[in-house]
Structure formats: structure tokens, C-alpha cells
Design a protein around this ligand. Structure first.
Ligand code: RFL
Ligand code: PHB
Length: 389
């Protein structure tokens, strides 16, 4: 297997395949230090936690991660409400940073002496629709060619793999939102729960990485930049979006990371072309509101590795042939709930009084209906993986 991209999708695929006796080479364009410096996801669905545990990656997560029963939503001037995932789904999810998962994956790869070529340049999947695909690239100044049975495109939204699917075959579905999230990481104790806020000043989110590391986000205009947001201004704005008792409980301190991410929904179909299989952000992007991106990368990799194991173990291509459809069913569930939560919780520029009122009453409904809460809890926890059948 050639795996393009050494983010969580590519490294996890390589790990699971190795455990099944299938060898791979990972080609990553950045340095390891750069990959580890990206601060991203923090919330793991129960299914993701299970996949990591089953593949020998659960030890540190279970020690350092923080299990949660649900998440809280607050909105201007009203009482907050708790979406109880544990009660409705019987499972807990986990706050554990993507950076930690990436470290755990590199450590596991080092232990098995995996071939992970970083700073690989000009990586190109070639002849993906033939029986003899290969990948060309440059590494430490040398031109290289990697012949393989299959190519996994795990190179994120800006990667090259998706572009190897001919335009006549590729269908793209996209929605760009008119705002971004400004996120900060700070060495301060977090609030005990993950709390999403809808406020006239805009959306806010309180999350965590560890008992001493907090992650907060606020909605900002797309054209904004971090230079406009010295720490003091960030904390004042964040607190203004939470009710008094929560604002008072937020512990402030210097930020150790600050960045703005645009929000987008995007799906590429199909996720397979010939011997090329896409997984993770290479095939789809969701706005972070549902905390789904990394979890989808893990479910894609779960389906793809299972299909490859069936191919090499039993000579059956049925799961490889069904990979795109099966992965996309789960992808669209997460795309839909992320879009819905984004609409529910943000203030959109140009929102009419009607839109505003409809949003308020939708929040009212979710907070007062057992059925609405159960539906949100089920989707926040993530739909179960499909059987191989
Ligand atoms: P990645 O992580 O982008 O990794 C792709 C890797 O491919 C490399 N690459 C190439 N390599 C070789 N040749 C090329 N031409 C290449 N082009 C790119 C890149 O350097 C990189 O190392 O994709 P992957 O592995 O699919 O993983 C996806 C996740 O990273 C992403 O979905 C999540 O971070 C999204 N996300 C969240 N997901 C969750 O499940 N829960 C969350 O709480 C959550 N919060 C978030 C998020 C993403 C955020 N940002 C900044 C986008 C919060 C934020 C703010
Ligand atoms: C995070 O902790 O980074 C986080 C939590 C929940 C989200 C998105 C990001 O919906």
C-alpha cells in the first residue's frame, strides 16, 4: 500500500494494516514537528475510542483523556441545557487532543520501524485506474517511484490525491459559511463540561485538552485575523458570550496558540477511483461545530482497513467495491448534523428577525423535547459502524 499523507487518517491506516500483516509506506509532505504542531480536534466519539483501543492506541488516551457524559448548550438569556449522550446512547465520549493521537501514532510507528517518509515533495499518484498504480515523489533530493497494489489518499483537503479522480467522475458538494472560528489554547483549568453558546455577539465554545489545558473558540468574521485579537480582547469577548455564572468560572491566562479556521462543508463522491481510495479530509470537510472531522477520518480508515484485510486475507473484493458507498453513508450523517448544529448555534450576517425567531424556537424545542435531545445525542455520539455483511 502507498499511503499519501501522514495525518491521523494516514498514520492510523498504516498502523491497522501493519497489525493485519499488510505493509505500507507513508509519504508525508511536512516534517514531523510541523504535523505535531497543528492544534485541531479534541472530541472523540465512542466508536473512535474503540478503534484506537482495539489497535493498541488506547493506553495513554485512557490515562490522560477526559471521559464525558454529554455536552451543554447555552443561549442568550436562557437557562442552559445538557445533551445527555450517556443517558440516550449508553456511551461516553472522550476529550483527547488530536495532537496526542498523532504523537501516539508516531510512537507506535517508530516501535514497529514503519516506513514514514516525511518532507516528501511533489507526491503524485499515477495510473490509479490501472492494475499497476504507482506514486512518484522526491525525497531528500532524489526522485523516487513506489509501485504498489493500492493507493490510499489521506492527504487532507488540500492534498493531491482527490485530483487524480477525473473531473468527469468526481462530484463535489460544497457549502462555505460566512464566518470563521478563532481558537486559542491556554494553560488554564477548563470548565468541567464542553459548552456551546449561541449569543447575539456570535457563537462560542469552551472545550479542553487536559485538566490544565483549555481550548476556547469564538465566531469571528471571515476577513478577521489573529493580530486583531490580543489575549485580553479574546477573553473579554468570550466571557461576554456566556451567562454570568459560566463567564465567572472561566479561568483566563496567556494563550499558547491562536488561529482562525474558516468553516466549510464539502463532500467528494465517489471516495474510490480504480485503485485509489480516499479517506478523511481528502474526501470531506465538516465545520467543527459537531466535532466530527477526525472521527470521520477514523471511520473511513476502519472501513478501508477492513476491506483491505478481506481482500488480502480471503481474496474478496466485495468490501473494497462497497467502500465508497458505505463510507459516504456515515459521512453524510456527520455532514448533516455538523451543518445543522452550525445553523442552530451561529449568528449569520444578514439574519432576518424571522430567521432569528425560528432559531430561538428550535433551541427551545431541543431543550424541552426528550425526542429532540435523544436525536441530537445519538448523532453527537456518532452513528454506529456498519457490519461487514
Ligand atoms: P489532515 O490532518 O489534514 O492530514 C493530512 C496530511 O496529509 C499531508 N499532505 C500531503 N502529504 C503528501 N503529499 C501531499 N501533496 C500532501 N498534502 C497534504 C498533510 O501535511 C497532513 O499531514 O487530514 P486527516 O488525516 O484526514 O485528518 C482529519 C482531521 O485532521 C480533521 O478532520 C480534524 O482536525 C477536524 N477537526 C475536528 N474533528 C473532530 O473529529 N473533532 C473535533 O473536535 C475537531 N475540531 C477540527 C477541530 C479541525 C479544526 N481545524 C483547524 C481545521 C477544530 C479545528 C479548529
Ligand atoms: C475542541 O476541543 O477543539 C472542539 C470541541 C468541540 C467541537 C470542536 C472542537 O465541536
Amino acid at each position: 500500500m502507498a499511503i499519501i499523507g501522514g495525518g491521523p487518517a494516514g498514520m492510523l491506516l498504516s498502523e491497522i494494516l501493519h497489525r493485519a500483516g499488510i505493509e505500507s509506506v507513508v509519504l508525508e509532505q511536512r516534517s514531523r514537528a510541523y504535523v505535531l504542531s497543528r492544534i485541531r480536534a479534541g472530541v472523540l466519539e465512542p466508536g473512535t475510542v474503540e478503534v484506537l483501543r482495539q489497535n493498541g492506541l488506547g493506553e495513554r488516551m485512557d490515562r490522560e483523556g477526559h471521559a464525558h457524559d454529554g455536552m451543554r448548550i447555552v443561549w442568550a438569556g436562557r437557562a442552559s441545557f445538557f445533551i445527555d449522550v450517556k443517558k440516550h446512547v449508553g456511551k461516553r465520549f472522550m476529550a483527547y487532543g488530536q495532537t496526542n493521537i498523532q504523537e501516539d501514532l508516531f510512537a507506535a510507528a517508530d516501535r514497529r520501524k514503519a516506513v514514514v517518509l516525511d518532507e516528501a515533495e511533489d507526491v503524485r499518484p499515477v495510473d490509479v485506474a490501472s492494475d499497476k498504480p504507482h506514486v512518484t515523489f522526491r525525497h531528500r533530493g532524489a526522485s523516487m517511484r513506489l509501485d504498489c497494489d493500492f493507493i490510499a489518499g489521506c492527504d487532507g483537503f488540500h492534498g493531491v490525491s482527490r485530483r487524480a479522480i477525473p473531473p468527469a467522475v468526481l462530484r463535489e458538494y460544497e457549502k462555505v459559511y460566512p464566518f470563521g472560528w478563532l481558537g486559542i489554547l491556554s494553560e488554564t483549568p477548563p470548565l468541567p463540561e464542553i459548552v456551546y453558546a449561541n449569543h447575539p455577539r456570535g457563537f462560542a465554545l469552551a472545550s479542553m485538552r487536559s485538566p490544565t489545558l483549555s481550548r476556547y473558540y469564538i465566531q469571528v468574521p471571515l476577513e478577521d485575523n489573529t493580530g486583531n485579537w490580543p489575549d485580553e480582547r479574546f477573553w473579554t469577548e468570550l466571557k461576554a458570550r456566556y451567562p454570568r455564572e459560566l463567564a465567572d468560572a472561566i479561568v483566563t491566562g496567556p494563550s499558547i496558540e491562536k488561529s482562525i479556521a474558516p468553516l466549510r462543508s464539502y463532500v467528494a463522491e465517489p471516495m474510490r477511483h480504480g485503485r485509489l481510495f480516499l479517506a478523511g479530509d481528502a474526501a470531506h470537510i465538516v465545520p467543527p461545530t459537531g466535532a466530527k472531522g477526525l472521527n470521520l477520518a477514523v471511520s473511513d480508515v476502519f472501513y478501508l482497513s477492513r476491506a483491505l484485510e478481506a481482500f488480502y486475507g480471503r481474496g474478496s473484493s466485495a468490501l473494497l467495491d462497497g467502500y465508497s458507498d458505505m463510507a459516504l453513508r456515515r459521512v453524510w450523517n456527520s455532514v448533516r448534523i455538523s451543518w445543522w448544529l452550525t445553523n442552530l448555534l451561529h449568528r449569520f450576517p444578514g439574519m432576518s428577525e424571522f430567521d432569528q425567531r425560528a432559531q430561538e424556537f428550535e433551541l427551545q424545542y431541543v431543550s424541552s423535547s426528550h425526542h429532540a435531545e435523544a436525536a441530537l445525542a445519538e448523532q453527537y455520539a456518532g452513528m454506529p459502524f456498519e457490519e461487514a455483511a
